[in-house]
Design a protein around this ligand. Structure first.
Ligand code: GRF
Length: 200
């Protein structure tokens, strides 16, 4: 639709550095897309604070407040539909996205993972565990992957990847910092690619 701005929801649980980078990138480049919702399982994480500061609507939702997982998932889908969300970006969201959300938004949800998938992905592979595993495996390069989200952890189609070197004296922390820097370049590029694909 002409002049329709793509409405994006970000799902976060942490500092939200990827969310902040994408927010600024969308503003600076005047793209036809905007972040209209920040959804989190942690009401006071850095991402939620940033969203409030910028006047972006926030939603705090956790499954423990619902009688069943189905109720939780149904509420999440309704919330996203009520906000006319077109795309969802997972940016450090530390919960599995309910299958009902994946089904309601086919090929519309992206995640960023701090390694070169399909290696070093799957359940339990998050945060510093990923970088420790990369170093233990003796890899000479790592990087970041943006992929579509399906029902399985880190298994959806890969949209874009970017590599960084692993240096001989790396610790999990130094590698994590290098990969995060690379994520901040990769995620805006991947979002652009998704928008281009959707609009072509
Ligand atoms: C990133 O490393 C991302 O790959 C992973 O979670 C981290 C989120 O960092 N999924 P931030 O909250 O965007 O700073």
């Amino acid at each position: 639709m002409a002049n329709h701005k793509t409405r994006i929801a970000v799902f976060c649980s942490g500092s939200g550095s990827n969310f902040k980078t994408i927010f600024h990138d969308l503003k600076n480049r005047h793209l036809q897309a905007e972040i209209v919702l920040c959804l989190s399982n942690r009401s006071n994480c850095g991402a939620m604070e940033f969203a409030r500061e910028k006047g972006i609507e926030t939603v705090h939702i956790t499954e423990k407040e619902y009688d069943s997982f189905d109720d939780f998932a149904t509420t999440m889908v309704k919330c996203l539909k009520d906000h006319n969300i077109d795309n969802i970006l997972l940016a450090g969201y530390m919960r599995k996205v309910p299958d009902a959300v994946v089904t309601a938004f086919p090929d519309k949800i992206l995640n960023i993972h701090p390694a070169l998938l399909p290696k070093f992905g799957g359940e339990g592979m998050y945060g510093i565990h990923v970088h420790t595993a990369v170093l233990n495996a003796g890899e000479t390069e790592s990087g970041a992957t943006v992929h579509f989200v399906n029902e399985e952890y880190d298994k959806g189609r890969i949209l874009l990847q970017k590599k960084v070197p692993v240096l001989p004296d790396d610790t999990p922390e130094t590698l994590a910092a290098r990969v995060l820097e690379c994520e901040h370049i990769l995620y805006p590029e991947a979002l652009q690619k998704l928008l281009d694909e959707q609009n072509s």
